[in-house]
Every structure is written in structure tokens, then in C-alpha cells.
Write a protein that binds this ligand. Sequence first.
Ligand code: SAJ
Length: 418
Amino acid sequence: MNHRFDGRVAVLGLGYIGLPTAVVLATRGVDVVGVDVNPATVEAVAQGRLPFVEPDLATAVSGAVAMGKLTATTETPEADAYVIAVPTPFNPDHTADLSFVRMAVEQIAPRLRGGEVVVLESTSPPGTTARVSEWLAELRPDLTLPHEIQGVPDVHVAHGPERVLPGRIMIEMVTNDRVVGGITRRCAERAAEIYRVFCQGELLLSDASSAEMAKLVENAYRDVNIAFANELSVISDELHLDVWEVIRLANRHPRVNILTPGPGVGGHCIAVDPWFIVGSAPGTSRLIRAAREINDGKPHHVAQQVVNTAARFRDPTIACLGMAYKANIDDLRESPAVEVIETLSDTLPEVEIAVAEPYVNSLPEKLAQRSNVSLQRTASAVERSDIVVVLVDHDQFRSLNRSLLAGKVVYDTRGIWR
Ligand code: SAJ
């Protein structure tokens, strides 16, 4: 019964999840067509280039393209399986914006002939996969969809949430266990055939809504734990305690494992996904909402601490180390580091802020417009400053020559120089 998929896959959305998924399928011999609305992304992939930085992905993309197994286009082709890996951002009221999912469904619907499987990989609130099935039914009344009948539908629909960690995507995509939730059991089995091509972890078959919720719960769990650490760091600032020492000692208890405080929680997953739970059950998601608020408030706390420190100097220069949302990557999305720098620049318009970020060549637009913010090499940012604020735990910062810090006030939000 453990069939392995044999056919052509169209992957819609060539971002952080879609592109690696397309590549791991292609390098294992599946014919894959990558589809993206952005012609620049399509052109880059078609030439075997990478639209973003992720270890080992560039070689895999050019290899898959050179083998003729991965092509890229802006037009959704006919295929045997469709994997939807488009963004699901949130609306201002924190409900999920499913417009990209809907657009993907509209592109797939006219191509269906019967016999295909459609897998939603995008992180989504419970019930979204069922909506995909309903949308397909609306758009193709000539076909039967799995929510409509007891027997075998024309098209199978399932959810296959991704759990890979940016920075380790190419490893975790293959080794992680994987949840596959179907509208029916048979839908889950059909979708599992695709993941069986490359997944060495266990395939955990379930229903679509449980799979959707499990994905959100994983990220909310981590968010709550980080919020606990961040709240401890704010309390420790108030009580003049060293939060790193407190957590180090508490974590020596055999059943305590507190995560690491920082300047806040960024990225497109943990800072977003818990809101989908809150949006689905606003009255009851109290802890999950509080965790989001604590983590979202942390950049302001950090900025305020730095402003208080700066008040002790006549004409200070501040070095801010890092803009990425976490260590050793170039991704600035939802980055708390950028928020800290913005707040400092607004609050201290006369103060020079020297930013170091070894993973990017220029400041993002919202910082580039500011006359008091400049991008510098790490050593020169530190050398010219009175206050050094560590915002990202990049390896390059960890290995900085510490003698450069002599005589400076250091505010290390990541605890890298303890
Ligand atoms: N962070 C802390 N303290 C910690 C750990 C993280 O402040 O102890 C911060 C990071 O600096 C970063 C943010 O949290 O700003 C998120 O980073 P992360 O490395 O925890 O997670 P992501 O967002 O890069 O990836 C997460 C992962 N989810 C879990 O570990 C439960 C990943 O496995 C998911 O696939 C990914 O979200 C996703 O796409 O949903």
C-alpha cells in the first residue's frame, strides 16, 4: 500500500518552502514545474539561480535545473499533483489573508482533468483545506470533490504543513517527521505518496483540520516559551538581575527548559502563525495572545533601555549589531532588530546609529531614508561607537575581537558575549 508518487508535480509559490520542496522532488527524479507570479523569481530559478539565501539550496536548484527535472514558469501547467506553497499573511485584525491561496486554486481549477491530488502546504487556520475543496467544487461543478461524496472523488485534497527551520531547510525537509491531513483518509494517503519520494521521517496521516491546527500549535508553543524567556528578561532588568544566569541555573532542573530571550520574535512563521489560532478562537486563546503581545512588545523595551543608556552620554554614537530576524541568515522579514533600530532612530534623531549586518549589502528602505542610520562593517561600527547593542547572534559577532569593546557600554540582547 505504500505507494510512491509517479507523475508530474506543479509547485505553486517558489518561496522559502515551495522552492526547496520542488528541488527535493526534482533531485529524486520527479518532473517538477515551479510556478510563481513573480517573473523575476521564475527567471532566476529557470537559470538555476537562487532568489534567497539558504544553505545547500543553490547547488540543489542548479543541479535539478541542469538535470532537466525542474522547470519554472508563471503559468500553471497540467500536472498529476499540485502543491500550494503560497504566503498566508495576516490581515490587520489578525485573521488570515487567504487571497493567495484562493488565487492558486483559481489557477489550478481549469487544469484539472480528474485523478489529481491537490496539497495545501501553506500554513493556514483550521478549515482552510476544506475551503480549498469547496472553492474547487465551485469552479469545477463538473468534477466531484472529497467534501461532497462518500466514495472516490475526481480530485483528492489534503494539507501537508511544512516544519522546516530556515537555515536548515535542506536537512529538515528530508529528516523531519511529516503530518499529512486529508479531507478523507484516502486524500491523506494520496498526498503521502508525494512526500514518500523524499521524506525519511515518519508520515503521520490525519484529518486536514487537525493537521492545520497541529502546525499552528507547534509555532505557538515555541512563541509561548520564548515569551516566557522575554518576560523574565524584562523582570530581570527591573530587578537588576542577570537573566542569562537565572535561566542557566533554572534550566539545570531536569524538567525545565526555558528558551532564550532576545530583542523579540521575528520571521514569517512564529511571529504570524499564533495569530491564526487567536483569529479562529479569539475568546479562548488568552495565553497565546498574551505571548504574541509580550514578544511584539520586546523591541520597544530594548529600545527604551538603550535610550536610557544614551541619556548618560553627551553626544553618543550607537552601534547596532544585526538586522536579520535570527542568526546566520539574510532574512529581514518581521525582524525585531530592524524595529529596535527604527525606534532608536525616531527617538534619538540627533544620535548617529552605525548598523552592522554582514548578510546584507544595503539598508532596507525604511532605514535607508533616515539620515542618522548608516550601514558599516562590524569592526568600524563598534570602533566608532560608545554603546554597542547586540541584536542578532550571528557567528561573526560572536567571534568579534573583544578588545574592541573596551570602554564601551554593551547591551547584549542575545547573550553572546557572556
Ligand atoms: N528566538 C528567540 N529565542 C529562542 C528561539 C528563537 O528569541 O530561544 C527568536 C529568533 O531569534 C527569531 C524567532 O524567535 O526571531 C523565530 O526563530 P525560530 O528559529 O524559533 O523559528 P523560525 O520562525 O525560523 O521557524 C519556525 C520553526 N518552528 C518551530 O521550531 C516550532 C520551524 O520548524 C517552522 O517550520 C517554521 O517556524 C515555519 O515555517 O513555520
